[in-house]
Design a protein around this ligand. Structure first.
Ligand code: AMP
Length: 193
């Protein structure tokens, strides 16, 4: 199963992606986490992206896409994956299409959340790139650049809208239920075909 998890910063998609990936037995691939690992271990890539991340800007597509391409080529991604935080630009959508095909995805899980609540959550998370200014900037960047990508996936009929507020276990449950409908549809098509 190949899924995307999309939501504004602080929507809890990282936590949920990790849980659901575990449940499905596929890797959780987070470009943000990969960049943070690089920054923490001081690789050349890490040094390159550190200031960009601290400012809440997007890392250039060619850098992000090259890193992701390498990750998806690893054997554990053969059975599927949950992508968290990628794609974030139209260029990245095109790059992903080139990698797995236009019909390569099974679904796009979209987190519906309350923005004020999110700002509160983020300020208590204590990540180094979480200052109030950075958070607000990341929201704007998400709205401007990433939210429009949902229109592309919407046209492909891939969107699974999830209420992302409330208890973490409840949200996981909602996602698993939504994914279950995909599997049923998938099985149905296979039976019919
Ligand atoms: P995240 O953990 O997904 O919120 O990502 C943290 C930061 O990493 C972002 O604010 C960006 O600076 C960078 N980043 C992560 N994923 C991408 C991506 N797909 N494209 C560009 N920049 C990214």
């Amino acid at each position: 199963m190949r899924l995307l998890f999309v939501g504004p910063p602080g929507a809890g998609k990282g936590t949920q992606a990790s849980r659901v990936a575990h449940e499905l037995g596929v890797p959780h691939v987070s470009t943000g986490e990969m960049f943070r690992d690089h920054a923490a271990t001081g690789t050349e890539l890490g040094r390159r992206v550190q200031a960009i991340m601290a400012a809440g800007e997007y890392v250039p597509d060619e850098v992000t896409v090259a890193m992701l391409k390498e990750r998806l080529a690893e054997p554990d991604a053969e059975q599927g994956f949950i992508l968290d935080g990628f794609p974030r630009t139209e260029g990245q959508v095109a790059a992903l299409d080139a990698l797995i095909g236009v019909d390569g995805l099974d679904g796009v899980v979209v987190f519906e959340v309350d923005e004020d609540e999110l700002v509160r959550r983020l300020l208590t998370r204590g990540r180094v790139d979480d200052t109030e200014d950075t958070i607000r900037y990341r929201f704007r960047v998400f709205g401007d650049q990433t939210a429009p990508l949902l229109a592309i996936y919407g046209k492909r009929g891939l969107l699974l809208s999830i209420d992302g507020m409330g208890d973490i276990d409840d949200v996981t449950e909602r996602i698993l239920k939504a994914i279950e409908t995909l599997r049923t549809i998938d099985d149905g098509q296979r039976t019919a075909g």
